[in-house]
Design a protein around this ligand. Structure first.
Ligand code: PAF
Length: 284
């Protein structure tokens, strides 16, 4: 059974008693509409903690004025059943009124790390993400918290937030879950036509092209970006929306790869914008 908790006060009381029993707590923050990708995070949390708390909260602060906040899927009963089937102990599902005072007086702001990539396209998005994650950390006080590497910029920003806000929490990044042919799993994949689905494997394959070049010693960003673009153009009719290489986790633009970088891809199909990424690390 998964116990549903909707108030901060009740969640804090549960956390207090778990702490008294010296139970370790793993937190998996989500916005609900749970799928297999979330389950990978939950399973890892279960294997490393005595108790797992999943949060389900569609966070209004991270949606821009023209984004799909109102239409975002809300299916808490289905999510609770899914969590119960998978043996998750608690789901924390507060309302926006429970989480935020109105008008909101205080929120966190992210610096340069939020001015690039997804953050550049969605002003204020990462301010909303760190504000809610900071609140969830304060309420749940987990030992470990789990985030997908698919949102690599979000993961880097949250790791920085933990350092700067002094949370005694270990952030665990979970590898991208892929279909058998390498396509990153996403709820958006269902919007692909049959042909687009066949071609979409080109995203992960192009990242492997980049990795092969990197492994052979190529460190010039332009050369690697061009190789990715050429591969994508030859293997899919999807429109290339982004091929970007940034240092990781600093998220600074680089011309020559010196240590660890993150390659971010986005390709637009008729009804879906697919993203993928890879982290490449220089061992020397
Ligand atoms: O990645 C998400 O689903 C959200 O950004 C998060 C981390 C749950 C914060 O609302």
């Amino acid at each position: 059974m998964t116990i549903k908790v909707t108030t901060i006060q009740e969640m804090q009381a549960i956390v207090k008693s778990l702490k008294k029993e010296l139970k370790s707590i793993g937190l998996v923050p989500t916005m609900g509409a749970l799928h297999d990708g979330h389950m990978t995070l939950m399973k890892r949390a279960q294997s490393e903690n005595d108790v797992v708390i999943a949060s389900v909260f569609v966070n209004p602060l991270q949606f821009g004025p023209n984004e799909d906040y109102d239409d975002y899927p809300r299916q808490i009963d289905q999510d609770q059943a899914f969590l119960a089937d998978n043996g998750i102990d608690y789901v924390f599902a507060p309302s926006p009124e429970e989480m935020y005072s109105n008008p909101l007086q205080i929120q966190l702001t992210v610096g340069a790390m939020a001015q690039v990539l997804e953050g550049a396209k969605r002003p204020g998005h990462f301010d909303g993400v760190v504000t809610v994650v900071n609140k969830l950390f304060n309420i749940v006080q987990p030992d470990k918290a789990y985030f997908g590497k698919k949102d690599a910029q979000q993961l880097a920003i949250i790791e920085q937030m933990v350092i700067e806000m002094n949370h005694p929490i270990e952030i665990v990044g979970i590898d991208i879950v892929r279909e058998a042919d390498g396509l990153a799993k996403s709820s958006r994949n269902i919007y692909l036509t049959e042909n687009e689905r066949r071609e979409a494997v080109a995203l992960s394959q192009s990242l492997q092209v980049a990795k092969t070049l990197f492994d052979k010693g190529e460190r010039n960003v332009e050369v690697i970006e061009n190789a990715i673009k050429t591969f994508l153009t030859q293997h899919t009719a999807g429109i290339i929306d982004e091929v970007a290489i940034y240092s990781y986790p600093q998220l600074k633009q680089v011309e020559v790869i010196k240590s660890q970088v993150f390659i971010s891809l986005a390709v637009k199909y008729s009804k879906a914008r697919l993203i993928d990424n890879i982290i490449l690390k220089d061992e020397q």
